[in-house]
Design a protein around this ligand. Structure first.
Ligand code: GDP
Length: 467
């Protein structure tokens, strides 16, 4: 009798353990954005918030935190040996230094894993024990890589047409085209010619990036990751007339160039979607609309074009060709209007609308797509402090922060953020000047950072998994 009883309770325990394991959920969060959008700062801040949220009351819109159900957070060893470690410790060290600096931007993909322990409020789950675990993997990857998505559909000539129409106004691109015209594309396939031409083209793309433009193609030319200096990146777009007029021989330079384009698409662009993208559950896209506004009309239009392109990766209805290529799982996308600490709170709503307009997602469309989308103005590490000042009898919200350019502490009125894309007429008479701040001083390695809307971020991304 006693033996039978102990056997039964052994199996009962096993069943409960297995049930609990089944309820410990894994979630893959992906974070992207064009270079400088704030991915590194966001992920460092997010991880720090997750680690210390259970100890502070500063998350009113994150239910699990607000209800006191978060019990703690533990960092896990990295399971993906082929992806770089996200440099969280290094980032926190530079942010918490007595003279804080923003962490160095990441290149390529990197990831970090955590487990969040929480108390459930669901009857069914609580039968298997009060506390459960949400395993969170956060992956960081360059938004530039998403801009390569259309290459999967375009043949070489279609790609050249797009490049030509986008870049024709840049003098450096015209110089590059001239160099292409001087080459005999019908002649023998000389690798060195392609290598040196691709260097000229990459230099042009790097200059665009330097000037703050976002639509850069092919994306790996400026962020090559492990493909640096390989023949896979030694090809170039060609002026259309050259492609049309060439009587092509099988061994020609043109053929080699086209072969490499095909290789890039098949072995670099496609595997990213198949190996990484298809594994993501939820996606954060950071967009720095304020820097684009500072730079002017051409940059805002460029960002708009890029966001629209980038959005195609998330508009995969059942019929879309991307769904046929792989089986994406992403069910929520957060468009984050980043660096919101550079504007006053009365402008957050405008900033969100502005980013929504730029990414051409009319509000009414959001709820109909299969992917739930949200727009939020945020800052994972708030670098400014809010105050108020009187001007001609009226109260205005103002910000105090330490300028990145000269380390001076200033109190300023940043001005308004537009709600939508602006007319040429507006740009002829106005400009923007949103200040860049250094991180705040006095951040602690052992306490949550000041933030804007990170509670809403956590609720949107994790809330349903922490029930
Ligand atoms: P990444 O290239 O997308 O990883 O961008 P980073 O995270 O490296 O951010 C680029 C720069 O933007 C940083 O060096 C900071 O100057 C600034 N930045 C990023 N996040 C914030 C933020 O939340 N607030 C402010 N004021 N500046 C930020």
């Amino acid at each position: 009798q006693a033996k039978l009883h102990s056997k039964l309770s052994h199996w009962q325990n096993k069943a409960i353990k297995a049930g609990r394991r089944a309820l410990d959920v894994d979630i893959n969060l992906a974070v992207t954005g064009l270079s400088g959008a704030g991915k590194t700062a966001f992920i460092s801040g997010l991880v720090h918030h997750l680690r210390f949220a259970s100890q502070t009351p500063q998350y009113p819109f994150w239910q699990a935190a607000q209800q006191g159900r978060l019990l703690g957070c533990k960092r896990n060893l990295q399971r993906d040996y082929h992806v770089q470690r996200f440099r969280y410790d290094e980032a926190i060290a530079s942010l918490c230094h007595s003279s804080p600096t923003w962490p160095a931007s990441t290149q390529g993909t990197s990831s970090i894993s955590l487990s969040l322990k929480y108390k459930t409020q669901q009857q069914l789950k609580s039968w298997l024990g009060d506390t459960h675990c949400l395993n969170i993997k956060i992956t960081d990857y360059p938004g530039e890589w998403l801009l390569d998505l259309p290459l999967l559909r375009w043949d070489f000539k279609q790609w050249c047409e797009v490049i030509d129409s986008r870049y024709q106004h840049h003098a450096a691109y015209q110089n590059f085209k001239q160099k292409c015209r001087e080459i005999n594309w019908q002649g023998g396939a000389d690798e060195r010619v392609l290598e040196s031409l691709s260097t000229v083209y990459t230099q042009f793309l790097l200059e665009l990036k330097q000037q703050g433009y976002s639509w850069i193609q092919p994306g790996r030319f400026v962020l090559p990751s492990t493909w640096q200096n390989t023949p896979a990146l030694h090809f170039v777009p060609l002026p259309i007339e050259l492609i049309d007029n060439i009587q092509d021989g099988a061994q020609s330079l043109l053929q080699l160039n086209m072969k490499r384009y095909a290789y890039y698409v098949e072995h670099i662009v496609k595997p990213f979607y198949v190996d990484h993208f298809s594994e993501f559950d939820r996606q954060v896209i950071l967009v720095d609309g304020l820097s684009a506004l500072n730079l002017g009309q051409a940059h805002v239009e460029d960002l708009q074009y890029s966001l629209n392109e980038l959005n195609h990766s998330f508009r995969y209805g059942k019929q879309s060709w991307l769904s046929r290529l792989l089986n994406p799982k992403i069910d929520k996308v957060l468009f984050a209007a980043s660096k919101a600490d550079q504007i006053t709170p009365d402008q957050y709503a405008n900033y969100q609308l502005f980013i929504q307009h730029l990414s051409s997602q009319p509000a009414q469309e959001l709820n109909y797509s299969e992917v739930e989308m949200q727009y939020l103005a945020l800052s994972a590490i708030k670098a400014s402090q809010l105050g108020s000042a009187k001007h001609e009898g009226q109260d205005y919200q103002v910000l105090t922060g330490q300028l990145k350019s000269n380390q001076q502490t200033v109190c300023l009125f940043p001005g308004e953020v537009p709600k939508s894309v602006l007319s040429t007429n507006f740009w002829q008479h106005n400009q923007f000047d949103f200040a860049s701040f250094l991180p705040p001083t006095g951040l602690s390695e052992q306490a949550a950072f000041p933030h804007i809307a990170m509670d809403k971020v956590c609720e949107f991304l994790l809330g349903d998994k922490l029930q």
